[in-house]
Design a protein around this ligand. Structure first.
Ligand SMILES: Cc1cc2nc3c(=O)[nH]c(=O)nc-3n(C[C@H](O)[C@H](O)[C@H](O)COP(=O)(O)OP(=O)(O)OC[C@H]3O[C@@H](n4cnc5c(N)ncnc54)[C@H](O)[C@@H]3O)c2cc1C
Length: 460
């Protein structure tokens, strides 16, 4: 450890390594509730060769190594639980290839969502990728690493389902290509027709390797996008509403939200649906089918479409949606965390009631948002609470509320999304023992010294 600073500086240059408290302070925490833990070093590589050298150094010295994107996963996944090195990927941000006809983009492992979005808008305006509503600095590699969801998730599944190739530096320092790129110059598939090895890395939070390149599928960007909002005060009807909407196959993205403010939103459930088209006729055709699909709820007076004022539309259509970030800081204290179990859509009424029950019990500002995944196969239900980090009592109340959410989610048949270390342990305890053993075998084989993001997916 004594010579580590010098060794790291030799790899990346002195400007890109630090062990100074004013830097390690920031790399010790995220906006969520996990207690901070300082890393010993922060290092910011520029090339895959540098990543390899750092990994080899860490392996030789058996020092923990934690890869980091923007640090916005909120559940402490980049906090170096056992100290060591945090590897900030942000300098590896090149867009290496966009294949228009095959509709994929190949980017480096620290490329941000915002960078790819603006690059495509400028150079390939007919193409888009699935953007989450997180701040635009969040990286593409880390989002697929945590099985994130974005604007195209209702149609195509988790953002990780849209990966079409990976380059990974293994804990040994070797580079490994995953998918068609392992045998071809083209990055069009992450697995099929060969065994899909991407599962050895995606979802592991960097505990089995570091993504240095990722290819993601691109989809048509239609010239026009519009939004409709269907409102009901009966949460029990939401699963049926979602079923009807997904059945039309006309909708790009579907979110259902409920929140207490502004007052007009209180006690109502808003299904926001995005429709796209290249012509007015296409848009109108889709809109009619969507309206028709919900006719019976309108006739029974259980719901109706809300007129969305033109002045509000740009805010709702914005991607990422900045209003989500504004809610995250509503308490002005830089604290935000949401537990987002992946769960059946039929559980929406229970989840919505649970959010309100916990917000009242712990006196917290809440927002509940369900993102429909893959035509209604399941949803991510976000129990989101915002808090002031300077208010320890509010933080403690939020911690208790989120713990209750975790217990509820497991009991309701859900599985945790981007789980905290504590939730990982809860999931492992409930997991089929053979599956747990398989995870242990994978982790021990790939990372025999347990240096990669230690604490995460650690099977005892
Ligand atoms: C206001 C707000 C709204 C949000 N909305 C959404 C949303 O709509 N959809 C959504 O999916 N998420 C959302 N999020 C959650 C989160 O911000 C995103 O999922 C985001 O993609 C996380 O990216 P990051 O770069 O910050 O990840 P980080 O927190 O930096 O990393 C996440 C995990 O990936 C690992 N990792 C990072 N880079 C690599 C790499 N190159 N190789 C291997 N492992 C790596 C890290 O070790 C960590 O375990 C939101 C967050 C906020 C604050």
């Amino acid at each position: 450890m004594k010579d580590m600073f010098g060794a790291l500086a030799e790899v990346v240059g002195e400007s890109y390594v630090s062990n100074q408290p004013e830097e390690t302070y920031f790399y010790a925490r995220d906006p969520g509730l996990m207690p901070p833990r300082e890393p010993d070093y922060v290092v910011v590589p520029k090339t895959v060769e540098e990543v390899q050298k750092i990994v080899k150094l860490a392996a030789k010295e058996k020092i923990p190594l934690v890869p980091m994107g923007a640090g916005m996963a909120l559940t402490g996944l980049i906090i170096p639980l056992k100290g060591g090195i945090v590897m900030d990927m942000k300098r590896m941000n090149r867009i290496l290839e966009v294949n228009e006809r095959a509709r994929y983009a190949l980017v480096e492992g620290g490329t941000s969502q915002g960078l790819l979005k603006s690059y495509l808008e400028k150079n390939h305006p007919r193409l888009r990728h699935s953007i989450p509503d997180s701040p635009a600095t969040a990286t593409i590699a880390s989002n697929v690493m945590i099985h994130g969801q974005g604007r195209l998730t209702q149609q195509y599944g988790f953002n990780s389902d849209m990966v079409s190739g990976l380059e990974v530096v293994l804990p040994s320092g070797e580079i490994c290509k995953i998918g068609s790129c392992a045998v071809s110059p083209h990055w069009f598939s992450k697995g099929a027709p060969f065994p899909d090895l991407s599962g050895l890395f995606l979802g592991w939070f960097g505990a089995t390797g570091i993504i240095t390149k990722v290819a993601v599928k691109l989809y048509p960007r239609k010239k026009m996008r519009d939004v409709e909002i269907f409102v009901t005060d009966r949460e029990d009807l939401v699963p049926e509403i979602v079923f009807e909407l997904t059945h039309t196959e006309m909708v790009e993205d579907i979110n259902v939200f409920s929140q207490p403010r502004p007052m007009i939103f209180k006690d109502n459930h808003h299904t926001t649906l995005f429709i796209t088209g290249d012509t007015d006729e296409e848009l109108e055709f889709k809109r009619k089918l969507v309206w028709h699909s919900l006719d019976r709820f309108i006739k029974s007076k259980d719901g109706g479409f809300m007129g969305v004022p033109p002045v509000l539309k740009p805010t709702i259509l914005d991607s990422p949606q900045r209003s989500v970030c504004r809610f995250a800081d509503v308490k002005r204290g830089g604290g935000f965390e949401y537990s987002g179990p992946i769960i059946l859509v039929e559980k929406y009424p229970e989840c919505a009631r649970k959010t309100m029950e916990l917000a009242t019990k712990y006196d917290l500002a809440y927002s509940a948002m369900a993102r429909i995944i893959g035509r209604g196969h399941c949803m991510m239900f976000g129990f989101a609470f915002t808090f002031n980090r300077a208010d320890s009592d509010m933080m403690e109340r939020t911690r208790k509320a989120l713990h209750e959410v975790s217990e509820y989610a497991l009991s309701a048949g859900g599985v945790f999304w981007k789980p905290t270390v504590n939730e990982q342990r809860m999931a492992l305890a409930k997991m089929d023992p053979h599956t747990r053993n398989l995870m242990k075998m994978i982790k021990e084989n790939l990372d025999p010294h347990g240096i990669m993001n230690p604490g995460n997916w650690e099977v005892a």
